[in-house]
Design a protein around this ligand. Structure first.
Ligand SMILES: Cc1cc2nc3c(=O)[nH]c(=O)nc-3n(C[C@H](O)[C@H](O)[C@H](O)COP(=O)(O)O)c2cc1C
Length: 209
C-alpha cells in the first residue's frame, strides 16, 4: 500500500454521527475489519479483548438509551462491542501460561516469563479496576486498527465512549469478573458528508529531541 493511500484512509475516517440504515456491510468486509482487530498487538501478547458483533436491530434499540441515545447505535450496519479481559490475564490464570506456551518456550524460560509478568504487573493486578485500565489500553489499539482498516475499504465508523457501562453490562448479562465493557464501535456507511478535519499542526504535537 502506498503512503498516500494510507493517509487517504486516515482522512476518510471520521466520527460518523449517522449511518445509512439501508446499507449493510458485506460479510467478507466485516470479517476483514475483525481480522484487523485480531491481528493487533497487545502487552505481553495477552490479546486482552473479545469482540461482540451486534446485528440484531432489537438489541441495538435496547443498547441505544444507555449510549446517550446516540443515533449511530441503531443506524449502523454492525455494532462492535469491545470487551476487556479481566480474569484471564491474572498471573495465576492458566490462560496466561497457555499464551506464553504458544511460543514453545523451555520450562526455564516459561518460568522466567511468568515471573516477569507477575512482578512487572504487580501494581496493575492489585484491583480489577486497574486490570480493566490495562486491558482497555490494548483494546484501544484494536479499535484504532478496525477503524482505519474499515476506512481503507470505504466503511465508516464512530468510536463510542459515551455510554453507561454498568447498564450495558447488565443488559448483555456479562460476567464482569471475566469481562468489562471497554468501548463500542458502530460500522456502516455515512449519510452526510464528513465535517472538516480539525487537528493541531504537526509542530504542535511533535517535538524532535
Ligand atoms: C475513545 C473515544 C470515544 C469517543 N466517544 C464518542 C462518542 O461517544 N460519541 C461521538 O459522537 N463521538 C465520540 N468520539 C469521537 C470524537 O469526538 C472524534 O474522534 C474527535 O472529535 C475527532 O473527530 P474525527 O474523529 O471526526 O476526526 C470518541 C472518540 C474516541 C477516540
Amino acid at each position: 500500500m502506498k503512503k498516500e493511500q494510507f493517509l487517504e484512509a486516515m482522512n476518510f475516517r471520521h466520527a460518523c454521527k449517522i449511518f445509512d440504515e439501508t446499507k449493510k456491510i458485506p460479510k467478507e468486509d466485516l470479517e476483514f475489519i475483525l481480522e484487523t482487530a485480531r491481528l493487533s498487538p497487545s502487552s505481553f501478547g495477552m490479546e486482552h479483548w473479545k469482540f461482540l458483533v451486534v446485528q440484531n436491530q432489537e438489541l441495538k434499540e435496547k443498547i441505544r438509551p444507555f449510549c446517550w441515545n446516540q443515533p449511530q447505535i441503531t443506524t449502523c450496519s454492525d455494532l462492535v462491542i469491545v470487551l476487556a479481559k479481566i480474569e484471564d490475564v491474572k498471573p495465576t490464570n492458566d490462560y496466561v501460561k497457555n499464551m506464553f506456551n504458544r511460543r514453545n518456550l523451555s520450562q526455564e524460560n516459561l518460568e522466567k516469563y511468568l515471573e516477569l509478568y507477575k512482578n512487572h504487573l504487580s501494581e496493575t493486578m492489585s484491583s480489577d479496576e486497574k486490570i480493566l485500565e490495562w486491558s482497555a489500553r490494548q483494546c484501544y489499539i484494536a479499535l484504532g486498527n478496525m477503524m482505519t482498516g474499515a476506512a481503507s475499504i470505504g466503511i465508516d465508523s464512530c468510536p463510542i465512549e459515551g455510554f453507561e457501562r454498568e447498564n450495558i453490562e447488565n443488559l448483555l448479562n456479562l460476567d464482569t469478573k471475566e469481562y468489562r465493557l471497554c468501548v463500542i464501535v458502530p460500522f456502516g456507511y455515512r449519510v452526510n458528508p464528513q465535517s472538516e478535519k480539525l487537528r493541531l499542526s504537526i509542530c504542535d504535537v511533535v517535538q524532535y529531541l
